[in-house]
Design a protein around this ligand. Structure first.
Ligand code: C2E
Ligand code: MG
Ligand code: MG
Ligand code: MG
Length: 288
């Protein structure tokens, strides 16, 4: 226990630790009420074809606007929501909100929604996806669920059964953050994915870093061999994008192509020609 570690350390660390625990408890509590209090918001980031630059879809990304703390990063609050179980209510809200949004677009663009391992393993997840598609009227082919490898390793048999039921609905599956897990290759063979999203750590400086470039080429070759398109995440420079074009990477996403933002920022892309809201057709109204 703490006392055995020496008197000085106990006195110094105890209040700090206690404060951290209190802070964490407060976050957990606030997170439980974030949905009903309307503190959650989806932002959308474009996914483009490398060849043409055309937007083919958007990834829905969750934002939490805490009344006192301001914007809290999903990297911080998603793990807490997963540990406490809040992710089930939050994830359902995310799915419903993203599908409702995409169903309202004039163009049949894809919507990519992140799914937590906890959601994937919760009973009835495939049924929830089905129910949300019916309720929002979104065509299943337009929905892509982004799943990380951590979701597959805990209970691969159960994960596979759930993924098959989701696929049977006509929904697409993307393996997110590819390359950061530890058994990527066998997972690609064992699970019915439609796309590889290669982690942004493999894109950074790919145009000048030989090791990174070698890994990227290998993943693109793997994708070709398996018949799976590859999306490169986190593209920030035109040199990185040029590399992807030269290596025939199919899709890209990143700050260079568009930062995540409220869907209104992308109205000209989701509306059909001639139906863009007033102002967006006027070059003077869009200074950048
Ligand atoms: P992710 O699914 O891999 O999402 C991509 C993250 O990279 C996003 O961070 C995005 O804003 C960021 N990003 C995109 N382009 C660039 C770039 O060019 N450079 C850099 N440095 N970053 C870029 P974000 O929105 O903070 O989300 C972080 C993670 O939180 C996501 O990683 C995902 O794992 C999780 N997350 C976000 N929204 C949801 C959600 O609705 N449900 C679940 N379960 N997880 C979510
Ligand atoms: Mg993702
Ligand atoms: Mg990712
Ligand atoms: Mg990630």
């Amino acid at each position: 226990c703490a006392k055995s570690q020496g008197r000085g350390t106990v006195r110094f660390f105890e209040p700090v630790l206690a404060a951290r625990i209190r802070d964490r408890r407060a976050l957990e509590h606030d997170l439980r009420h974030a949905v009903e209090r309307g503190e959650l918001q989806m932002v959308y980031q474009p996914q483009t074809r490398v060849e043409s630059g055309a937007i083919v879809g958007f990834e829905a990304l969750l934002r939490w606007h805490h009344p006192e703390r301001g914007a809290v990063s999903p990297e911080l609050f998603i793990p807490i929501a997963e540990e406490t179980g809040s992710i089930l209510a939050i994830g359902e809200w995310v799915l419903r909100e993203s599908c409702r949004e995409a169903a309202s677009w004039d163009k049949p663009l894809r919507i990519a929604v992140n799914v937590s391992p906890v959601q994937l393993h919760a009973p009835g997840f495939a049924e929830l996806v089905h129910e949300v598609l019916v309720a929002t009227g979104l065509s299943p082919a337009r929905l892509e669920l982004e799943i990380t490898e951590t979701a597959l390793i805990r209970d691969p048999v159960r994960a596979l059964a759930t993924l098959r039921r989701i696929k049977a609905l006509g929904v697409r599956l993307a393996m997110d953050d590819f390359g950061t897990g530890y058994s990527s290759l066998s997972n690609l063979r064992a699970f019915p994915f439609d796309k590889i999203k290669i982690d942004r750590s493999f894109i950074r400086a790919v145009d000048v870093n030989h090791e990174t470039a070698a890994i990227m080429r290998a993943v693109l070759g793997l994708g070709r061999g398996l018949g799976l398109p590859v999306l490169a995440e986190g593209v920030e420079t035109s040199a990185e994008l040029a590399f992807l074009g030269a290596e025939a990477c199919q899709e890209a996403q990143g700050y260079l192509l568009g930062r995540p933002g409220p869907i209104a920022h992308f109205a000209e892309h989701t509306a059909s020609a001639g139906e863009a809201p007033a102002g967006t057709a006027d070059p003077a109204a869009t200074p950048d």
